[in-house]
Write a protein that binds this ligand. Structure first.
Ligand code: ZN
Length: 357
């Protein structure tokens, strides 16, 4: 079992400004935390320092007009929208992050690694011709298209465990049955981007391949993990992807400033461990984590470490996983409501999936 982790000092240029929730210092802090935990001393973990992605590759996913727009805004130092500033430094940092995502995917299919953690990746709010929600280019889709072209892969499973719904990724693959998109997120009535309802199941050929599991605010860890285990492993086993690509970060943590779900660092370890375990059963252990979100900088390194320790099997039982804050009182909060959500997901999707019958 080998895991590659991508890191480059340039990642910190993806800094959306003073008073913005997305600061670039997260990368430096996480790298320091990883060093403290001696990750790089493990014989089964190696770091790669990526090159920037080639701009032409972005147009495998995005329209030429949209890519031009982002680079023009970068020259001018203007915002894409109120939440999403653009500058030369930001776009330059982003090119290194996406380069890392692609190189991490290559490491898996070149046989250098089984697992990969691409720090900074997972800009799931960017669609083909739009950005927003701190995102400019959708590196998840760039990775998928790059792998499809270079390794002739046929089926991709995206597990989006970010607290926000991945509207960009969902839109890009909404009618594409080669990508099964599963998203667990906070109830869209209560959080950006206000989409990700159960009935959004995909269209045309892709009908049934967009699976949304919206969770009520303050859902506890056990209720969250119940939903994950009911939906993700059976669908993955039936779909049989060539690789599992998971994206998120730490914004589903109970102390996050933007999200209101109830995971602890230990919960992130569990999510990641389950992803690894399912990948062992289904696709030869090929699994990647793209990790970028998290808006409580104190808990972020603990959670990103927990995710990395789980997927890389650096820690097997998670007993050494620590959190910055003590755990909230009720890990079962909203369990009844979550059971009802899961029942509804299965009811709506059972005509497409045997495992839900
Ligand atoms: Zn998020």
């Amino acid at each position: 079992m080998k895991t590659c982790i991508t890191y480059h000092p340039k990642f910190q240029q993806y800094d959306l400004g003073v008073n913005h929730p997305f600061r670039g210092d997260r990368f430096v802090r996480v790298k320091a935390f990883f060093d403290e935990k001696e990750l790089s001393k493990s014989p089964n973990i190696f770091f790669i320092t990526p090159n920037p992605v080639d701009r032409t590759f972005l147009t495998k996913v995005h329209t030429e007009e949209y890519v031009d727009l982002v680079f023009r805004l970068a020259e001018l130092g203007k915002h894409y929208d109120i939440d999403t500033p653009v500058s030369k430094g930001i776009v330059d940092g982003l090119m290194y992050i996406i380069g890392g995502v692609v190189e991490a995917g290559a490491a898996i299919f070149n046989g250098k690694a089984n697992r990969a953690v691409a720090l900074g990746g997972g800009f799931h709010h960017a669609g083909r011709d739009y950005g927003g929600g701190f995102c400019l280019f959708n590196d998840i889709a760039v990775l998928i298209e790059w792998l499809r072209e270079h390794y002739r892969l046929r089926r991709f499973l995206v597990l989006d465990y970010d607290v926000h719904f991945g509207n960009g990724t969902s839109d890009i693959y909404y009618s594409d049955p080669s990508v099964l998109f599963i998203s667990l997120h906070q109830d869209p009535h209560t959080i950006f981007p206000g989409r990700g309802f159960i009935y959004e199941i995909g269209s045309g050929e892709g009908e049934g391949f967009n699976v949304n599991v919206p969770l009520p605010m303050r859902t506890g860890e056990q209720a969250y993990l119940y939903a994950l285990k009911e939906v993700f492993p059976p669908l993955t086993e039936e779909f049989r992807p060539d690789i599992i690509v998971a994206n998120g970060g730490s914004d589903s943590h109970f102390a996050d400033h933007l999200g209101s779900l109830g995971l602890t660092a230990r919960g992130f370890f569990e999510v990641s461990r389950i992803i690894g375990e399912v990948s062992n059963r289904v696709c030869g252990g090929k699994a990647m984590l793209l990790v970028t979100s998290g808006y409580n900088i104190s808990v972020l390194p603990y959670c990103w470490y927990a995710l990395t320790a789980g997927i890389s099997e650096y820690e097997l039982d998670g007993n050494r996983i620590e959190d910055y804050f003590p755990a909230p009182r009720d890990p079962q909060q909203n369990l009844r409501e979550v059971e009802a959500v899961v029942r509804e997901v299965k009811r709506i999707l059972k005509q497409y999936w045997n495992c839900f019958r």
